[in-house]
Design a protein around this ligand. Sequence first.
Ligand code: ACO
Length: 327
Amino acid sequence: MPAIITSIAHYVPSDVYTNEYFEKYLDTSHEWIMERTGIAERRFAKEGANSDLIIPAAKECMEKRGIGPDDIDCIIIPTVTPDHMFPSTACVVQNKLGIKKAWGFDLSAACSGFLFALITASKLVESGAVKRLLLCGSDKMSSIVNFDDRAQAVLFGDGAGVVLIENSDDPDYGLQDFILQIDGSGGQYLKQVAGGSFKPASFETVQNKEHYIYQDGQAVFKAAVKGMADVTVEIMEKNGLRSEDIAWLVPHQANLRIITATAKRMGLEMDKVMVNIEKYGNTTAGTIPICLSEWYQSGKLKKGDKIILAGFGAGFTWGAIYFIWNL
Ligand code: ACO
C-alpha cells in the first residue's frame, strides 16, 4: 500500500533580505533579479546551523500529528549544507529532538534531494521496515553562497520543510509513481569544488573561494528546463494524466523561468503551479516541502488533489513524483 504524508510543517528564518540589500554592494538591480529569476527576497539565518532550521519545523510536524520523539523510527535529511560532513545532520537532529530509538542518514541529491528522499522514505515505510519516518528537507544555503558573486548571491535562501511519512491501507492516496534520474556528466556545471577527498581544504582552496557554490548558470538553466519539462511530461503520459487532471504542479524553486517553461510543456496554467520563489529564493532541499506546507496551511491544497512534484539539481539529478494528497 502507498506511503502517505501524515503531517507537514516548515520553518524559514525571520530575517528578510530584499533585492535592494544586494543593490547596495553588488552591480545588480531589483529589476534584473525579478526579470531573470522571479526572486524579490530571501531569508538568511544570522546564526545557527542547518539543524536549527529543522528543529522548529520537526517539532511542529510531530505536534500536529499528536506524537512525540519516541514514535519516530527513522530520520532522513536531504541537504547540501549539513551541519558537518560527519556526523550526519540526522544524528544531530535525533539528539536535539530527544528521539531515542531511531536510525537515519543524510542524503545528497542537491535540489532534487527532497524528491529522492521522499521515494527512499516511502519505500522504507511501504516495506514495513520503518513505521514513522521524519523527512527533513532543509538547507542553509547562506553558508555556501559566495556573496561577492552577483550571479549566485541573489539566488539562494535558507529554509526547512518537514514531513512525516507513514504507510496507509488506502491505495487511492499517497505515492502513486515516480521517475528519478542522475547524470554525472553534468557535475562540472554545478558543484562545491573543494572540501571533499577530491580536493581537501587548504589555504589555497579558501583563498580561491572553492568552498562556495560554483555554477555555470546558463548550462544549468538549459539542462534544468529540459530535464524538468521532459520528466513531468513523461510521468503524466505513464499514468494517463491530462493537464486537467492535475490540481498542482509543485516545482523546485530555482528560477521562475524554469518553472514557467515546465508548466507550459505540461499544458498547465500558472494558477495551478505552486510558486513562492519571490519570497524565499532557492532553499535547495527545502523548496518543495515548504511549498506543500504553505499551500496546505492556507487551505489551497486539498485531500484528493493529484499533484506532480518536480525538481532538478546538481549532479545532475532530477525527477518527478505523482502523489495524491491525503491530508
Ligand atoms: N545582476 C545583474 N547582472 C547579472 C546578475 C545579477 N545578479 N547575475 C548575472 N548577471 C549578468 C552576467 O554577468 C551576464 O553579464 P555579461 O553579459 O556582461 O557577461 C548577464 O547578466 C547574463 O548572464 P547569464 O548567465 O546569461 O544570465 P541568465 O539569464 O542565464 O541568468 C541565472 C543567470 C539566473 C544564474 C540563470 O542562468 C539560472 O537561474 N541558472 C540556473 C541556476 C540554478 O538553477 N541553480 C540551481 C542549482 S542549486 C543546487 O542544485 C544546489
